[in-house]
Design a protein around this ligand. Sequence first.
Ligand SMILES: [Cu+2]
Length: 287
Amino acid sequence: MSRIFWCLFFTLWPIVAIVVCAIAPAMDWGFPGNREAATPLGQRIDDLFYLILGIVTVAFIGTMTALAYVLWKGSKNEDEKGWFSHGSHSLEVIWTIVPAGVLLFIALYQIDVWAIYRVRAHENREDTSRASHLVAEVTARQFEWRIRYPAPGTKFKTYKEIKDWLAKPHAGDIYAVNKLFVPLNRETLIYLKSADVQHAFFVPDLRVKQDAMPGQSIDIWFTVNKAGKFNLTCAELCGWGHYKMRGEVEAVEDLQAKLIELKNLQDYDGVTTPGAVPAGASEEATP
Ligand SMILES: [Cu+2]
């Protein structure tokens, strides 16, 4: 009796696991908010996750079925003695070659996603076409995201100009905290820095995650193809206030117009002057 109990007990859990996976999408237990990635590369990353999930599911169901079969067979006859084996050479060869083949397949299949996501950031740093993609510099610090945009209309022509802009603040720069605007449907380049310890720039909906390292300026590339607001959070335990290091990334149709709006807001000194009226400022501010 107890043998059958243990047989059923150990068979139950894989069944529970399969049922949980089957109902997960309906219960909103999937990717962040169960939403599709808002970047084309993020959608390819999701596809890789699903591919790996499929492979693992097949292996899981196969091994659990074999386990259930062995348990069931062994539970029936209490008098039967155990069979000891010193292993099977050919079986060991098979279960080494099959997983190795699967791993090799995954390694080769994902290689260009990895190349686009990680390698591109370190190649052609001096390519001047980067200048047209540059949106902002994001500096992580305990416990906020400091954002600096070049003055609206700035056109970098050479890599030296970008380096020079990154090296020090410039007149006309726009500053913001915890709110990053990026263009919709356009390749975006962010330079990520840290002012103190190690942080990580993580936007789950975009499937973008990059460590910020003190002393380094790291490129992040992405193209947001869905308008909206996305949570930005720190994914590296960076101190007591790590939990509140939250911000927002918003993809907008017209980034230049948004930057001009931010610039006007920044320059506004409480006195209404032409071209420097922040949205929502009341008439009472007029002298
Ligand atoms: Cu942090």
